[in-house]
Design a protein around this ligand. Sequence first.
Ligand code: HEM
Length: 452
Amino acid sequence: MDAAAGSADAPLLLLAVSSLVILTAIQSRRRRVLRGAPSPPSLPLLGHLHLLGYPLHRALASLAVAQGRPGVSAAAPVLSLRLGARRALLVSAHAAAVECFTERDAALAGRPRLLARGVLGYGCTDILWASYGDHWWTLRRFFSAELLSASRLAARAADRRAEVAALVDNLLRDATDGATPLMMVTLRPRLFEFVINVMLRALIGVSLHGSDAARWQEIVEESVRLNAAPSVGDLYPALRWAILQGGTGTSMLTIEWAMAQLLLHPEAMKKVRAEIDTHVRTARLVEESDIASLPYLQCVVKETLRLRPVGPIIPAHEAMEDCTVGGFHVRWGTMILVNAWAIQRDPAAAWDAPDEFMPERFLDDGGKVTTAAAVPMLPFGVGRRRCPAEAMAMRLVSSMVAALVQCFEWDVGEGRTIDMTEGGGLSMPMATPLAAVCRPREFVKSMLSAST
Ligand code: HEM
């Protein structure tokens, strides 16, 4: 009876064992598929907070390199981090960043609700920090249609030209006030005035000059510090952070970095000037419509955005659902930190001498500027949350750099050097504001008086 029962049970036993084996195999496969990204050793409570440093983009770049696999990748393309109680995915490779903002764009279009953002971003209702959803779409559509569409940009071209001319005129007047037409200029306050006026003209049709503009610079800087609201923001509460902080700071700092790079590379400055002198000549001020015919100038701006992206870490995104990046599981609520600074200097990403300022790298064999899609960089982000003002920013930066180079000779100054140290924070300013000696070129006075 026992023997008979045993042989009757045998198929059942076999079925149970094989089911167990199959189940275990399926589960272990799922675990492999859903494995999180590699993670450096962490501390209780702190997680990886102790590994962060200043400036953040450099600290995160070093962390990714330290976790790279020799012979496979110089830096870990994605790393899983825990910052206190928050999960974060650090992305340090172009392919992974593109995956985040293309295939996973919808899943990763959220923004984390961080305390400071809640205050500075008006309870996370401004366009930059709003969660992905109807409110954000409304703001984005308004922003794109009312301020940044091709027709709006074209309609405001004369305003921007007038603001470029005003800066050149002020600089000329200040430089020719004294006994010698030579002076040390700190560019940042002048650039602030230029950019804020372009924004204000586009928003409410007014511009500020002299002490009013200086006061505004104080107010904007103070508002960042104290979370106070600048008054124009009351007209467009949900846009104020983006326009006043995002728009002004980013463009102003990019122009400052570009001028610093040109001062450090006089041969590049000469090439920009020669290009403008050949194409525009000296009878009129260079204009936005000239930019398409100034390929070397375009390369200088691109190279500046590559080496000195003013959003070195793309403002954090957040996973709105579970998904994968680079084959690794990313859980809902994970903060996505894309290190654009590291990606744009990644030697594995087709960059020759990635730390060098070499505008020519953007010229193809036929002397044409390579298209954005062909290069592994993302200074304006990618996907549905990418900067909506790229076209405007490129116009502002290119036309101002062109005008400064066309109208003035620039020099570091006797016995001086330029401090290229990067400051920290969300944007990446020059730690020491750029100051340089400026001398108007001989034709500028007559050129400006002829055009007024
Ligand atoms: C050189 C100049 C600029 C650079 C490098 C830059 C870069 C960026 C970057 C990296 C982002 C984040 C993209 C993402 O989260 O995926 C962004 C977002 C944004 N930028 Fe810019 N920006 C510049 C100028 C401007 C200007 C002039 C304005 C306003 C007129 C502006 C308005 C915005 C807004 C509103 C967003 C938020 C978009 C959203 O979350 O939907 N930016 N920008």
